[in-house]
Design a protein around this ligand. Structure first.
Ligand SMILES: Cc1cc2nc3c(=O)[nH]c(=O)nc-3n(C[C@H](O)[C@H](O)[C@H](O)COP(=O)(O)O)c2cc1C
Length: 324
C-alpha cells in the first residue's frame, strides 16, 4: 500500500486560518472571531477624538474583541463620564467588535508598591475598580480586564520578591493572591450577569512559579473571571505559556508575535489557547484580520519596538511603516 502524500502546507495553513475566524460565545456575548486587540497604551487619550478614531479603526479592521489600553482606576473618578465612555464603546461596536477596557489599579505613572498601601487605600482601590467597572458597563462596554501583569502593582502583590507585607495581603500564596481575588470579585459583582471579566497575568515571573500562577488562575476563575489573558505567553513555542491554563476550564488568550499568521494558527491548532492577541502587528496594520481572512498579506510588523519607544516617550504611538 502506498503511503498517503504529505499534507500540502499551503492547504494546512488555509484550514488553520479558518480557525482564526471561528466565533466564540462567552456569557452569551459573541466574539465574531478569535482575534483580540490586546490593551496597548496609544498615548492619544481614550475618549479624545483621536483616541476614539484609533479604536474605531482597529475594530473596523476585523478583530473580535478590542481591549482598550490600561486606564488608571483613578482616572475614572475625574476624567471619564459615562457619555465619554459610551462614545468609545459605540465606535468599537460600530466596527463589529466587542469592547472591553483594561483597568489599571493605581496610577500608571506613579510607582506605588505593595508596602505603600495601608488598609484604607487597599479598600479604596477595590472600591475604585468596582465603580469604574460599573461606569464602563453603563456606558455599553461588554467587558473589563483587570491588569495584573508585567510587574505592575497586582503582579507585585503576587510576587514574593516584591511583596514583603506581613498582613493578610502578603506572605502565603493565599495572601499574595488576596488583592487580585478581592478586586476580581468586586468587579464581578459590579458587572451585569452577561458582563465579561478578563484578568491579565504574567504566567512566570520573579518571585513566583508557574504552579503558583495556575493556583491564582483557579482562584480567579472561582471569583468569576471569565477569561485569562496570559502575557507574555510565548517562550519555546508560540502560546506555550498560556497552554497550562486551559486546564482551568475558562477561555485563555495567548500573545506575543502572533501576527505571523502561522504562529497564530499553530496556537489554535495545537489547543494552546482559545484566543490569540495581536499587539504590535495591529499597530502596523489595523486591517490585519480582514486582510488575513481575504488571503492577503497584512503590512508586516518589523518587531522593531519603535511603538514601544513612543509609548515610553509619552508620544502618540506610531509605526515606522506608516509614520511618514
Ligand atoms: C505601544 C504598546 C503599549 C502597550 N500597552 C499595554 C497596556 O496598556 N497594557 C498591557 O497589559 N500591555 C500593554 N502592552 C503589551 C501588549 O498588550 C502585548 O502584550 C505585547 O505587545 C506583546 O504582543 P505582540 O508581540 O503581539 O506585540 C503594550 C505594548 C505596546 C507595544
Amino acid at each position: 500500500m502506498r503511503a498517503a502524500p504529505p499534507a500540502d502546507p499551503v492547504t494546512c495553513l488555509a484550514e488553520g486560518v479558518d480557525r482564526l475566524f471561528e466565533p466564540l460565545e462567552i456569557r452569551g456575548r459573541r466574539l465574531r472571531n478569535r482575534i483580540v486587540m490586546p490593551p496597548m497604551v496609544a498615548n492619544r487619550g481614550i475618549v479624545t477624538p483621536a483616541g476614539v478614531a484609533w479604536y474605531k479603526a482597529h475594530a473596523a479592521g476585523g478583530v473580535g474583541l478590542v481591549i482598550v489600553e490600561a486606564t488608571s482606576v483613578d482616572g475614572f473618578r475625574y476624567l471619564f463620564s459615562v457619555e465619554d465612555l459610551s462614545r468609545l464603546a459605540k465606535a468599537i461596536h460600530a466596527g463589529g467588535a466587542l469592547a472591553a477596557i483594561q483597568l489599571f489599579p493605581g496610577v500608571r505613572e506613579q510607582q506605588v508598591r505593595p508596602a505603600d498601601l495601608d488598609r484604607a487605600r487597599l479598600e479604596g482601590l477595590i472600591e475604585g475598580c468596582a465603580s469604574a467597572a460599573e461606569r464602563c458597563a453603563e456606558a455599553g462596554f461588554d467587558g473589563i480586564e483587570v491588569h495584573g501583569a508585567h510587574g505592575f502593582l497586582l503582579n507585585q502583590f503576587f510576587s514574593l520578591a516584591a511583596n514583603g507585607r506581613t498582613d493578610a495581603y502578603g506572605g502565603t500564596l493565599a495572601g499574595r493572591m488576596l488583592l487580585a481575588v478581592r478586586i476580581s470579585s468586586a468587579v464581578r459583582a459590579a458587572l451585569p450577569d452577561d458582563g465579561l471579566l478578563l484578568y491579565r497575568h504574567t504566567p512566570v515571573g520573579e518571585g513566583y512559579s508557574l504552579e503558583e500562577s495556575l493556583e491564582l488562575g483557579a482562584a480567579l476563575a472561582d471569583a468569576g473571571v471569565d477569561v485569562l489573558d496570559l502575557s507574555p505567553s510565548s517562550f519555546r513555542v508560540p502560546g506555550d505559556g498560556a497552554a497550562p491554563f486551559r486546564s482551568l476550564g475558562v477561555p485563555v488568550i495567548a500573545v506575543n508575535e502572533l501576527d505571523r499568521v502561522e504562529r497564530a494558527v499553530e496556537v489554535l491548532r495545537e489547543g494552546r489557547a482559545d484566543l490569540v492577541a495581536i499587539g504590535r502587528g495591529l499597530i502596523a496594520d489595523p486591517r490585519w484580520p480582514v486582510r488575513t481572512r481575504a488571503g492577503k498579506d497584512a503590512r508586516r510588523c518589523l518587531h522593531c519596538d519603535s511603538c514601544h519607544g513612543d509609548l515610553n516617550a509619552g508620544r502618540p504611538v506610531h509605526c515606522v511603516l506608516w509614520r511618514s
